[in-house]
Ligand binder design. Structure first.
Ligand code: FAD
Ligand code: NAP
Ligand code: SF4
Length: 678
């Protein structure tokens, strides 16, 4: 009997059966836009199909040029494109899975000056004001959806998903806030539903009955003046009547100011909204957002709140997710930590997506962990993300690996990251590496600060130095004062700081320390109801858009977050997550000060000069503590002592090699590439 009987049960759709309840949701990888990338796209999907996933959905393809997400973005508009898509569908079918093509019209989210929308209203997240479509063009667009579906059928897709959520074109039509039309597609809700329903009818007519039609329905818009659950349910029922096979969940428009997928969102946070729709229709309904581990997924289905789960990023992180869950190897799952750093952040920077914990994602044909015929003896010094990734990939390939770690536990700086409220998921990465160390028989020497002499006598062929970083302590008067602590002292020793604290440095770690010091009690990421209150989410969606007043507890202590740059604080944080950190600091009433010069620290507190334009003000912040988050320096003395040793080859990776702009994405990628080369 499987541990996850509901999750792994087949789903009978009448004309076809899905082998389990796991769907890999749509994600734009950057491989969809150019035909010459389709072989790589096929390899990417095939790897996930072999990993056991029951159904998958491609990234979005526009039904016409006007619906482009990006200039020359992915679209399915002509027969010449069909053979390229067939590479994907045959790879997936050979591997025993099914795949849908997502049809996505971006509407006013199109990042092009030629974008169109139901009304000429610019979105707050794009620079281009859209052109309003005429009534005739609306009808033409419906035909384009049907054409895309027909082409998808020719390319042997098992169906299509119509993107009707996240604030794209169809949601723009459905909502009065973006639809001011006075023709038959505007005005009453009945009129606003006309477009999606006509699309579904036209598509169904074009493809016949035995083709999966999925609709991604916005169940919670999380923007003002948008749909209520009552309206969502009316639409869901009409979609069922019009010929939809499965309804998938969409949560929040891209312009919403409530986080919906970042790591601090509780697991399966929005499943109760899905449950409301499921109660109202008789076709299968899929739950989505922040479902990343089998226990959560099983619970969602077993509770009857949904028939399937959609996971996108978790299958980037681990293509074998389903097979591992099915064979009782849940602990071996390389969990998606919802950091967005290599997937969505890349997409928004117009770069190919990948994954922080799995740099092979979307590089399946290039980064290959083949079994070695020439097992080498390898020492890895440092059990942080870089050392662990290098050790595990090398051992998986058949090399004989020993890790030396100076501390009593593996994980390096990730141990500190996982102590930040809202970053609990980071612990999963350490758990994954721990499981892999055991699985591949890696020798782990904890509490072992290894010396150059010991390594020289160890008969190694390769020594990988991954000794990481230490906090930078700025040279200034009073830096040795008893008030001063580094972020590392604070987090490693769970120090209890005073009622007033200054944080010096506002990079990723400064903001994280701000979160740590401004939260009290249980992290709301572990308590769905408390989290909903903090962010002002009405999960019943009785209030339009599902928004109520946010009720974030202010920080229990006076906090100052500072940087020397005059620019806005947090500007350099990651694109898709930085806004959440900035919003939390504001809601917690943390005082953020830029353009600071740190003059000295003494019994009175922190003396600073703040320059704004021509004017410089002197201030004394009467604080009990000053936490230093002023960047990091490499720990690489060992490498200096080893690099000329003729008995083995030395390698320097991760923070030990270069501390500037270091993150775990770079550390793990560099380490995995090195291990693939041995
Ligand atoms: P480290 O993590 O520093 O690991 C080095 C290891 O080597 C340590 O365990 C150390 O004990 C060991 N060592 C050193 N010398 C020796 C020796 N001589 N013998 C044996 N062992 C030795 N990154 C992100 O990408 N995203 C985030 O959201 C993020 N959040 C963070 C939040 C916080 C609070 C912190 C502190 C860091 C965060 N980071 C984040 C940064 C990330 O943790 C680092 O980039 C990453 O840990 C660097 O990996 P590393 O292996 O190079 O070094
Ligand atoms: P960082 O992002 O480089 O920030 C360092 C901060 O210290 C800046 O605010 C900098 O601003 C200040 N600073 C630098 N030198 C200083 C000095 N001599 N005196 C005083 N202040 C100084 O580094 P970090 O915050 O240490 O983070 C390390 C890495 O971890 C980052 O690269 C980041 O990617 C990663 N990380 C990521 C996340 C995430 O959410 N993605 C979270 C945490 C950490 P001024 O120079 O303007 O003062
Ligand atoms: Fe998940 Fe981060 Fe990987 Fe994206 S980059 S798939 S969010 S672990």
């Amino acid at each position: 009997m499987s541990q996850y009987p509901h999750l792994l049960a087949p789903l009978d759709l009448g004309f076809t059966t899905l082998k389990n309840r796991v769907m890999m949701g749509s994600m734009h990888t950057g491989l969809e836009d150019r035909p010459w990338h389709f072989s790589e796209l096929a390899a990417y999907f095939a790897e996930r199909a072999r990993g056991g996933v029951g159904l998958m959905v491609t990234g979005g393809f526009s039904p016409n040029r006007a619906g482009d997400l990006l200039p020359f973005g992915s679209k399915l508009i002509s027969g010449w494109q069909v053979p390229f898509h067939k590479k994907v569908t045959s790879a997936v079918h050979e591997a025993g899975s099914k795949i849908l093509l997502q049809v996505l019209h971006a509407g006013r989210y199109g990042y092009t000056p030629f974008n169109v929308a139901p009304s000429a209203i610019k979105s707050p997240i794009t620079p281009f004001k859209p052109r309003e479509l005429s009534t005739a063009q609306m009808y033409k667009t419906i035909e384009h959806y049907a054409r895309a579906a027909k082409l998808a059928q020719k390319a042997n897709y098992d169906g299509i998903e119509i993107m009707g959520s996240e604030g794209y074109f169809i949601t723009q039509i459905l909502n009065a806030r973006t639809n001011k039309r006075d023709d038959e597609f505007g005005g009453s809700y009945e009129n606003r539903m006309r477009f999606p329903l006509d699309v579904v009818k036209a598509v169904r007519k074009a493809v016949g009955p035995d083709f999966i039609l999925m609709f991604r329905l916005s169940m919670l818009d999380l923007v003002d003046d948008a749909s209520t659950m009552e309206e969502v349910i009316v639409l869901a029922k009409e979609l069922e009547k019009a010929g939809i096979t499965i309804i998938n969940t969409g949560i929040g428009w891209h312009e919403a100011r409530v986080p919906t997928i970042v790591t601090s969102v509780p697991r399966a946070a929005f499943v109760d909204a899905t449950a409301k729709v499921k109660e109202a229709v008789s076709i299968p309904v899929i739950a989505s957002n922040r479902i990343n581990m089998p226990d959560t997924a099983e619970e969602v289905i077993a509770s009857g709140k949904a028939d399937m789960v959609s996971m996108a990023r978790p299958l980037l992180a681990d293509p074998e997710w389903v097979n591992k869950a099915a064979s009782g190897r849940t602990n071996e799952i390389n969990t998606c930590i919802a950091c967005n750093q290599a997937c969505l952040d890349h997409t928004f920077e117009n770069k190919r997506a990948s994954c922080l914990v799995n740099p092979r994602a979307c590089h399946e044909t290039k980064l290959i962990y083949s079994k070695t015929n020439n097992a080498a003896k390898i020492a890895v010094v440092g059990g942080g993300p870089a050392g662990l990734a290098c050790a595990v990939v090398a051992a998986e390939r058949g090399h004989k690996v020993t890790i030396f770690e100076a501390r009593s536990e593996i994980g390096g700086q990730f141990n500190y990251a996982s102590k930040i409220p809202g970053k609990e998921e980071f612990r999963e990465t350490i758990r994954y590496f721990d499981t892999m160390i055991k699985k591949y028989g890696i020798t782990l020497k904890l509490n072992h600060k290894v010396t150059a002499g010991e390594l020289s006598s160890g008969d190694y062929e390769h020594v990988v130095v991954a000794t990481g970083v230490k906090p930078r302590m700025p040279k200034m008067e009073g830096i040795d004062h008893a008030k001063v602590v580094s972020y590392q002292d604070l987090l490693a020793n769970n120090l209890d700081l005073g009622k007033s604290v200054a944080i010096m440095g506002a990079g990723g770690i400064g903001f994280d320390v701000g979160e740590y010091l401004s939260h009290e009690g249980e992290s709301t990421t572990l308590n769905k109801d408390a989290w909903m209150k903090e962010w002002g989410v009405d999960i019943t969606n009785t209030q339009r858009g599902g928004l109520v007043k946010s009720d974030m507890e202010p920080s229990p202590r006076k906090l100052y977050l500072m940087q020397r740059k005059a620019s806005a604080l947090g500007k350099g944080l990651n694109k898709t997550t930085g806004w959440v950190h900035r919003a939390v600091m504001k809601l917690k009433h943390v005082e953020m000060i830029g353009g600071v010069n740190y003059d000295r620290i003494d019994d009175e507190g922190l003396h600073i000069s703040v320059t704004k334009g021509e004017q410089t003000d002197l201030r004394v912040l009467d604080v009990d503590n000053v936490v230093i988050c002023a960047g990091q320096e490499s720990v690489n003395e060992l490498f200096e002592a080893l690099k000329d040793n003729p008995t083995f080859k030395s390698h320097l990776i991760g923070g030990a090699e270069f501390a500037g702009e270091l993150d775990a994405k770079r550390a793990i990628k560099q380490a995995s590439e090195l291990a693939a080369s041995f």
